[in-house]
Design a protein around this ligand. Sequence first.
Ligand code: OFO
Length: 176
Amino acid sequence: MLSANVSKALNKQIELEGSSSQYYLAMASWAETQGLNGVSAFLYTHADEERMHMLKLIKFVNERGGHGVVPPLKQPPTTFKSVKVVFEEILKHEIKVTDEINNLVDTTLKEKDYTTHNFLQWYVSEQIEEEALARQIVDKLKLIGDDKGGLYFFDRDLEVLAAESTGAEEEKGKGK
Ligand code: OFO
């Protein structure tokens, strides 16, 4: 059974994963209107992944006798200054998510809830991957600068990355 503190902290994380999903969905939709099909495919996939992170937490909370609360929808920004700004925002956001996961892990240790602690290790590794990927993309965009040709190839690269990550998520799903 989850303690009140762990349950509250997990529900806070459910809300954060849900808002991450909405945020990336807004970015995907904006990118699509800019003709950046690869960037938008990548971001749509990313939005789905965040929803899966939320769902995994809801199910865990419910399995442990708590109640995973579906958070309200908040309107994310609708327009973005540039693709570079989008990925800088993603990196900032993922760093914040990592901090929150760490706080959550800390709460489970204080509450001696080793089952939830163990469950959260998946999120700890996922955050390492997500931060590294966002950082890599921001670095690429810094190299590209204002080069339109570079942006064209970048968009194509992200299309490939989106297809790969959809495949990888399906594999992960099979392992469940
Ligand atoms: Fe759920 O990992 Fe990003 O936010």
